[in-house]
Design a protein around this ligand. Structure first.
Ligand SMILES: CC(C)(COP(=O)(O)OP(=O)(O)OC[C@H]1O[C@@H](n2cnc3c(N)ncnc32)[C@H](O)[C@@H]1OP(=O)(O)O)[C@@H](O)C(=O)NCCC(=O)NCCS
Length: 192
């Protein structure tokens, strides 16, 4: 990690909402305006609307109905990891394939992971996942799933294409492959 203030973490809530919003705005709403709503039970606004996604996310932050670790570099939010119980985050990618061979639901899942485009490659996602696992442990732990993308045996990918994070990130925290749910996407699990 480069010299400078150490990365710290806080949870997304009413107090940290402006810091989170600043990062999303600096990244064009993330994917053009998803505002990290895709994994929530209600999903994206219909008809599509960045403003409605933003309002829905802010309502979650103010109501305490979201679990999301924000990574700070000094006063600025530079990334996050969203986690929660499956009913809170039902809309995982490749959900139909996931449900086809489901043996048991996890106690927790890590869903959306994001690092601002100017802050990649310096351990922000690692800090976010570490923070999410610490929060899960503090809440009693259990079986945790993530759904990252395989990097091995394919050409190098830009971080932008790892929408659910790279496998090596989760492997570094002891997650193990369980089954494949898309050409490059795996269910990975670990106990906390
Ligand atoms: C994937 C992503 C989260 C990585 O964030 P990051 O802060 O740059 O990652 P880190 O620096 O913490 O890297 C942690 C580990 O992930 C892996 N990794 C990160 N980016 C990688 C890449 N492009 N290729 C291969 N491995 C990568 C490495 O193993 C790295 O460990 P190392 O530093 O020991 O090599 C970031 O690129 C991103 O936000 N992409 C867009 C994701 C997105 O669209 N989210 C919204 C989903 S709806």
């Amino acid at each position: 990690m480069p010299d400078g203030p150490a990365l710290t973490t806080r949870l997304l809530d009413a107090d940290t909402w402006p810091d989170f919003a600043a990062l999303v705005e600096a990244n064009n709403g993330v994917w053009g305006g998803c505002w990290c709503m895709g994994f929530h039970a209600e999903g994206f606004a219909n008809p599509p609307s960045a403003e409605a996604n933003r309002a829905a996310k802010e309502a979650h932050a103010r109501a305490g109905t979201v679990h999301q670790v924000l990574v700070y570099d000094g006063d600025d939010v530079v990334g996050w990891a969203q986690f929660g119980r499956p009913p809170e985050l039902p809309n995982i990618k490749n959900r139909a394939a996931y449900e086809r061979e489901l043996d048991r639901l996890p106690d927790w899942r890590i869903a959306c992971i994001f690092t601002g485009s100017k802050h990649r490659g310096r351990g922000v996602a690692r800090a976010a996942v570490e923070g999410a696992l610490a929060e899960i442990a503090a809440a009693g732990g259990g079986l945790v799933e993530a759904y990252p993308e395989q990097e091995a045996d394919r050409p190098p990918q830009r971080g932008a294409y790892f929408q659910t994070g790279p496998e090596s990130l989760y492997a570094g925290f002891g997650f193990e492959r369980v089954r494949k749910i898309a050409k490059w996407r795996w269910v990975m699990r670990r106990e906390v």
